[in-house]
Design a protein. Structure first.
Lengths: 346, 380
């Protein structure tokens, strides 16, 4: 393989990344399998359906809004990554807060794939926001995540175990030749205080699903989970052609793993008391209304373009949650595999 | 070729772009020729010369590098094709603003064989350092054009006196390279000028390049040049030609083996300055440019700052690296950014199960492009 030419500007956080004392708040909510499948077909299945040896299919009608605070992320010392800093990569630490929605899907192998029949649960992120540019560049350029840089205000002292969060993204409120991109509010979360006792998840399948996600551990019965939880994430990694921008010079489905180990300090919230709202904008409307099915962007007009004509922010929500919990862990993120390359080079 | 999967919230606004009413503050200093050559060799002259068929080297006839600090009040997509992306076309979505700073150096490309040396000859501009304060701009530049844009905090204003300039840039970095050092926003650059000339403040202007250009002889020479474009080329010491073409290395990492590249190509785009107005000089003797080499910033500065053995030694702990400009000026203009081209795709081996990336070449000299059919057939 050909060596990547490093510079100070490509001082990415090289995988695997590890983060101690990572605090995560997770909010499962209902998400239609039709909406999930539409996303999968658009971003993963349709690009070149004849060449991929697998197809991603919706599995559970669930998405999880996740807030993760990483006070310190560093490159794992075992990384063989050669950076511009020459063996110093593992010593350079960053901090970040990340917000995303994570959706579980099933990978169905087609006939002829050597791994046909192997059960595989993958996760994708319809959106992800980080407040650290190094993380954003690394996530986009290595893992292929379509991550945005945002401004994230995180108040972890607002309530016991709880969190209050405001996220802003660079966005345009309504599309028009005179509209200006601004930092607009996007996501607002207020958990309130933890509950005294465990609050059952509202979805019947939820407990079993958490079991599956947690590698057999049952979060409802324990405050200390010894088994690591590993989720395998997929993203469509693509780069535009220089001359023909609607075409891709490179496009592939890339997988990485996110592993939470040493889980502890699990706390629950009453999902009915957690307040989650989004602020609508023309830039965010597709995420909110198409990818997450959180509302109808129309302001009452039948004109399909009218959804962009809104003058003032519209708040979507509150999002009806199926559960709400938080935990502390040691997190590791690793790029593992390019599952399928649709095309490369020109 | 594969269709790019577009989303409304995509961070990439595709080119071409139109930037009306920009304010440019430019500062020129002597080029560290050895460092520019090293930059060319590392990022442009990949592989064996005989195999790639071209070589980049510093442009000896323009021995300066320039620091440009630019305010873009409006940035819009000027895509006339109005490609259907299933949503509002990019030119109709609105506009962005940004502040930008970059260091630019001219580089000369030529063929490596006697018969190609002139055919492939072109002057282009390398950007060894560029920082913006707009996330979408950073993503576009990095992923579409191979411009290695950093994201930082950029502040403008007037310095002590009216009609002067003050610029401050902070970048994410590490104050030291010691284990456990956390990334923070650190001061990277300070620029302060006196008022624009003529002024009664500051140093005597007799030695300034401005004085030369306002002499009778120079004035007549400038007048004789006729067009604003030629005037600009003259007073900016050749920096502002009618169409500057950049050159940059666009490359993608492999996910599983991130130290390996899936794709490597030299790409170019054209920036054209028009409606140039309000051209003003600063007295370069009163311009203070100070870089800071905290920890990780040393890796940036060593690319384009020449540490001379004759430089006075700095005291321990002094992070300041001062640069003395040979010219400094300011103007307003409209800038168009277009004509993106892949100049040369390097043959990379992307790894198991993937075919090697083929070489392409579109390096015909600009003066030959109108009659390219005689030399190289149709463009790729």
């Amino acid at each position: 393989m050909t060596a990547f030419i490093e510079s100070f500007a490509t001082q990415h956080l090289p995988p695997p990344w590890k983060a101690a004392e990572a605090r995560t708040w997770a909010f499962p909510f209902s998400l239609s399998t039709v909406v999930i499948q539409n996303y999968l077909d658009r971003f993963f299945n349709v690009a070149n359906p004849n060449t991929a040896l697998f197809r991603l299919k919706a599995m559970e009608p669930i998405g999880i809004l996740t807030i993760s605070n990483f006070p310190k992320i560093e490159t794992d010392e075992t990384s063989k990554f050669s950076t511009h800093y020459q063996n110093l990569a593992s010593r350079l630490d960053v901090a970040q807060t990340q917000v995303s929605v994570d959706v579980p899907v099933r990978c169905v192998r087609k006939q002829g794939d050597e791994r046909e029949g192997a059960p595989e649960i993958l996760w994708f992120q319809p959106f992800a926001i980080s407040d650290n540019e190094t993380v954003v560049f690394a996530s986009r350029e290595i893992l292929g995540a379509d991550m945005m840089l945002g401004r994230i205000e995180l108040d972890m002292q607002a309530a016991p175990s709880g969190v209050r969060l405001h996220t802003h993204i660079p966005a345009i409120r309504r599309f028009g030749p005179r509209s200006k991109e601004e930092w607009l509010g996007f996501l607002h979360v207020d958990t309130g205080s933890e509950t005294k006792s465990y609050v059952p998840f509202r979805a019947p399948k939820m407990a079993a699903w958490v079991d599956r996600f947690g590698g057999g551990a049952n979060a409802s019965k324990s405050n200390g989970l010894s088994d690591p939880m590993t989720a395998r994430m997929v993203a469509l990694k693509q780069f535009r052609d220089t001359q023909k921008w609607d075409e891709a010079t490179y496009q592939a489905i890339v997988a990485c793993t996110v592993t939470h180990s040493d889980l502890r300090d699990v706390r629950f919230f009453d999902p009915a008391a957690v307040k989650i709202t989004f602020t609508d904008s023309a830039t965010a409307a597709e995420i909110l209304c198409t990818f997450l099915d959180l509302g109808t962007p129309s302001d009452g007009s039948t004109d399909p373009e009218s959804k962009w004509e809104r003058q003032s922010p519209v708040f979507i929500g509150p999002v009806e949650l199926l559960g709400a919990f938080t935990f502390t862990s040691s997190a590791t993120i690793n790029a593992i595999e390019t599952l399928h390359t649709f095309g490369s080079g020109r | 070729m594969i269709r790019y999967v577009q989303s409304v919230a995509s961070q990439q606004v595709p080119p071409p772009y139109h930037f009306p009413g920009v304010t440019v503050n430019a500062f020129l200093w002597d080029a560290p020729v050895g460092k520019i050559q090293a930059y060319c060799d590392r990022y442009f002259n990949l592989g064996e010369a005989a195999e790639r068929g071209f070589v980049y080297r510093p442009a000896a006839f323009w021995p300066f590098v320039a620091l440009l600090i630019i305010d873009y009040p409006i940035m819009v997509s000027s895509d006339r094709s109005r490609t259907d992306i299933g949503s509002t076309p990019f030119p109709d979505r609105g506009y962005m603003s940004q502040k930008e700073a970059f260091v630019v150096a001219p580089v000369l490309r030529s063929g490596t064989l006697p018969e190609t040396m002139v055919l492939k000859m072109a002057m282009e501009w390398a950007l060894p350092f560029i920082v913006v304060d707009n996330p979408m701009s950073a993503v576009c530049g990095r992923e579409m054009l191979g411009l290695e844009k950093l994201l930082g905090n950029i502040e403008f204003g007037e310095s002590d006196f009216p009609d002067s300039f003050k610029g401050r840039i902070h970048l994410p970095g590490w104050a030291s390279l010691k284990p456990g050092e956390m990334q923070t926003k650190l001061k990277f650059l300070e620029v302060d000028t006196g008022p624009t000339l003529p002024t009664y403040r500051g140093s005597p202007a007799e030695d300034s390049v401005w004085t030369l250009l306002r002499s009778d002889t120079a004035s007549k020479a400038i007048s004789a040049l006729g067009t604003a474009k030629d005037f600009m080329e003259t007073v900016s010491l050749g920096f502002l030609s009618s169409g500057m073409r950049t050159v940059s290395l666009k490359q993608f990492r492999d996910a599983a083996y991130p130290s390996k590249a899936l794709y490597q190509a030299l790409v170019s785009c054209r920036s054209t300055y028009s409606s140039v107005r309000n051209f003003r000089f600063y007295n370069e003797q009163d311009v203070n440019i100070t870089f800071y080499d905290h920890g990780s910033f040393d890796h940036i500065l060593k690319v384009f700052i020449h540490h001379s053995p004759n430089d006075p030694p700095r005291e321990a702990g002094d992070r300041r690296v001062r640069v003395k400009p040979v010219a400094a000026f300011r103007f307003n203009a409209n800038i168009d950014f277009d004509d993106m081209r892949t100049l040369h795709t390097f043959a990379v081996a992307p790894g198991e199960h993937l075919p090697p990336c083929d070489t392409t070449d579109d390096m015909l000299a600009p003066w030959l492009r109108p009659i390219r059919g005689f030399f190289s057939g149709s463009p790729p």
